[in-house]
Design a protein around this ligand. Sequence first.
Ligand SMILES: [Fe+2]
Ligand SMILES: [Fe+2]
Length: 225
Amino acid sequence: MRKIRINKYGRAPMDEGNDEFYSYIKDLVHHPVVLQMKKYPHHGNTSCYQHCLNVAYYNYRICRYFGLDARSAARAGMLHDLFLYDWHTHAAETGDHFHGMTHPAVALCNAEKHFELNELEREMILRHMFPVTLIPPKHKEGYVICLTDKYCGSCETADGHRPKRLYRSFRSFKRMLKRVFGQNYAYRDYDLSSVKAAKGGDFVSLRKRPSGKWKKASGKNRRRR
Ligand SMILES: [Fe+2]
Ligand SMILES: [Fe+2]
């Protein structure tokens, strides 16, 4: 069984996989077009960039665990919402009321302009909104991104609120994550400091829980671990 070390923040898994993850997405996360996603809010207080980074990480971890194409999964995760506008005001500004259905094609178009994508990455970006978009993915990695995107989006939306109720809807997915990440697994945002990483800093140490953003449950409402 794969060993998982515990980091100083508590229960987040740390192993050589985090460095491998970074090596897969290194050219994407520092690219000026991808960095533009930091300007646009996505779910709650989370930027589009941070959301994509979270999805990329969870894609990578799950696909690695199941022996799927973890590299393509990480890269597609980082690019899957590269639509480069604020979707909260998009409908009023453009009249496009179907952002949920149209943005995967916009993201794919933007991604193809700047990066070479393989067939699997294209499919993952284009089909990540299934079942909102009706055509299902053909590959297992495509279903993984559908799940991680919804899971990360839900956790990010719940940021600043007690996440317990929301988590209840994801019990089966959470059980699967526990098998992948370890029994004491809990959702974490990724914090990628581009300066540190560009200087060759330890990417593993950049993964941390944003303090004070989750309300702590207390008494009878304490979250079960
Ligand atoms: Fe999306
Ligand atoms: Fe997304």
